[in-house]
Design a protein around this ligand. Structure first.
Ligand code: KG4
Ligand code: ZN
Length: 336
């Protein structure tokens, strides 16, 4: 089965063709750059950019794969969660394609897509496993009991992990998006330079909170002054990153050990973080737990992961009709 995937949930526009559940034929991603000067995503700009880029990427994807629409067996599109204006562009584009050529259509949960990016990256991976979905919009710990069967263990009560990176980066005047920038600078710093707070670290719970950490960095920077911050930038980045990573790693390990599961899977933009990968692998190895994560192109938003999830659902006979809508809030829950 060959599936065309479309992803427009935020500020990335992506079109992909996936064959079977695990083979990517083409996966084109365009990341909008216009938001950098605003220090964050401007939803109105994001949806207008989606409208401009999606038709071009669609044509390019067909050209690069040497395929035509009639060579597809289905169209999978992100229906949520995300920015509603951006989502609507992809959903309506997919509906129009489906209507024009009679191909079956399927709306996919973006978070499920992030989990599926790991099946694309590691074809040997099979559920059950614990998945940590960490992105600019989400921090969710999930027990993936089976393909399409999810049990949410916990999530953030306020900011997402990626959001904390982006806000701290903005505060330090480092640019947007901040994850990769801080990750690179932190690599040159001392993670034990300053002990920033780690929310819920000692609790036997799977809840996360990152807004207190962000405030702690704001207060620290204010107290120390610009000269000190400039001279100790690498160490401050490393200390902030260590606080984020400590909580993520300890909750993921707690979940795997409590559920007696020997696989932990990272997904979402923050899964690209070098310290998160390093520390999780180090802790997991000691407990004989295997760690999986996708390459950077499959960590951030992409349509291959949506097509892969679509493949699994099409296989089960699932279809959407033309009432398919965009859902800004869409939980990943229950078994389907
Ligand atoms: O999954 P994604 O592309 O979009 C959402 O669904 O949100 O994730 C984007 C987020 C941004 O907050 C970005 O700063 C963060 O992922 N990110 C990173 C790294 N690369 C991207 N965070 C930490 N370390 C990185 N290397
Ligand atoms: Zn995402």
């Amino acid at each position: 089965m060959r599936i065309l995937g479309i992803e427009t949930s935020c500020d990335e526009t992506s079109v992909a063709v996936v064959e079977g559940m695990k083979k990517t034929r083409v996966n084109l991603v365009y990341s909008q750059v216009d938001h950098a000067r605003f220090g964050g995503i401007v939803p109105e700009i994001a949806s207008r950019q989606q409208l401009k880029k999606l038709p071009l990427l669609y044509i390019q994807a067909l050209n690069e794969s040497g395929l035509e629409l009639k060579d597809m067996d289905g169209i999978a599109v992100t229906m949520g969660p995300g920015l509603v204006g951006s989502l609507l562009v992809g959903v309506n584009f997919a509906k129009a394609l489906s209507y024009s050529c009679g191909l079956p259509l399927l709306g996919i949960n973006h978070l499920e897509g992030h989990v599926f990016s790991n099946y694309l990256a590691s074809p040997q991976l099979e559920p059950p496993f614990v998945a940590l979905i960490v992105s600019g919009g989400h921090t969710i710990l999930v027990h993936v009991c089976d393909y399409l069967d999810y049990q949410i263990l916990g999530q953030t009560r306020d900011d997402a992990a990626g959001e904390a990176y982006d806000k701290v980066s903005k505060l330090l005047g480092l640019g947007y998006p901040g994850g990769k920038i801080i990750d690179d600078l932190a690599g040159k710093g001392n993670p034990n330079f300053h002990k920033f707070p780690r929310a819920f670290l000692k609790d036997i719970s799977y809840e996360f909170s990152f807004s207190g950490l962000k405030t702690a960095v704001v207060l620290y920077v204010k107290e120390k002054g610009p000269e000190f911050v400039k001279n100790n930038l690498f160490d401050i980045c490393a200390s902030f990153q260590e606080a984020v990573v400590d909580v993520l790693v300890s909750k993921a390990m707690l979940a795997a050990r409590s559920l007696e599961i020997n696989k932990i899977v990272l997904a979402g933009g923050v899964a690209a973080n070098s310290r998160l990968r390093e520390k999780l692998i180090f802790k997991a190895e000691k407990k004989k737990i295997e760690v999986f994560y996708p390459p950077p192109i499959l960590c951030t938003d992409n349509a291959a992961m949506i097509a892969s999830a679509g493949h699994k659902r099409f296989e089960k006979g699932q279809r959407s009709d033309f009432n398919l809508n965009a859902y800004p809030y869409l939980p990943l829950s229950g078994s389907n």
